[in-house]
Write a protein that binds this ligand. Structure first.
Ligand code: ADP
Ligand code: ADP
Length: 225
């Protein structure tokens, strides 16, 4: 089963083509990595999949939905962790999740059940009542994953999830990403680092200047580079 599909996906800006006829698909249950240097087109690809950026040419499908025509259908099913995840610094971790869950229309009963569970899953149970303003970047990223868990998203799109994390926090986050996969969540993640991140990926696409230069399993690519 294919959960995300890009065919000839293209984004042209006035000055440049950020994403140039990209083809890839993410199968149910896998972790697929978009890897490549800064400026290669990874974020732009993600924004198009989410319906947050117009598609210049080609098609994107998320669970068969066209993000341009049905952005809400896509948003409901996808958990998105942007490069810089925004929370209300003056609210606690739990209250941030309550706020988002209310906007999603989740009942109080459901929130009271799911939010502590989600915070526990990412190791933030002890600081559920602490203001997010005091959180480290690693804790914010984990709170972002908690939001995805709370939402019970079947697909998670994570943009540079380990960016700015120290090695320890980075490893912890990768473990949580593996745990999400073990729960049956399909994951698309991006990274400009070609080291630890790809160890969690089943398959990767190497982006360069808006194009996919190489695609395959990490083992296959290891033999080519
Ligand atoms: P990555 O996520 O791989 O770092 P991006 O998708 O952010 O790459 O950027 C790809 C290219 O598109 C870069 O050259 C970037 O400067 C350009 N770009 C991104 N967003 C815009 C925009 N809104 N307008 C013009 N150019 C953009
Ligand atoms: P679109 O809705 O077409 O996807 P965006 O909302 O991503 O466009 O960007 C709006 C404008 O912001 C762009 O037209 C561009 O002028 C500017 N911009 C944003 N990011 C970048 C970037 N990385 N490089 C150059 N310009 C950018």
């Amino acid at each position: 089963e294919t959960v995300i599909e890009a065919k000839g996906l293209t984004k042209r800006y006035d000055t440049a083509t950020a994403v140039d006829s990209v083809n890839f698909s993410v199968a149910a249950g896998e972790i697929f990595g978009l890897l490549g240097p800064n400026g290669a087109g990874k974020t732009t690809t993600i924004l198009m999949l989410l319906g947050l950026s117009d598609i210049s040419a080609g098609t994107a499908r998320v669970f068969g939905h066209d993000p341009m025509r049905e952005p809400l259908a896509v948003k409901r099913r996808v958990g998105y962790l942007p490069d810089l995840v925004g929370f209300y610094d003056q609210l606690s971790a739990a209250d941030n999740l309550h706020y988002t869950a209310r906007l999603m229309g989740m009942s109080l009963g459901e929130r009271k059940r799911r939010i502590p569970e989600a915070l526990a899953r990412v190791g933030l149970a002890d600081v559920a009542g602490k203001k997010v303003g005091a959180f480290s970047r690693g804790m914010r990223q984990r709170l972002g994953l908690a939001e995805i868990v709370m939402k019970d998203a079947r697909v998670a799109i994570l943009d540079e999830p380990t960016n700015g994390l120290d090695p320890q926090a980075s490893l912890e986050l990768l473990d949580l990403i593996r745990a999400l996969k073990a729960q049956g969540v399909s994951i698309l993640l991006s990274s400009h680092l070609l080291d630890r991140v790809q160890t969690v990926c089943d398959r990767v696409a190497l982006f360069n200047a808006g194009k996919i230069a190489l695609m395959g399993t990490v083992e296959e690519l290891g033999r080519q580079v």
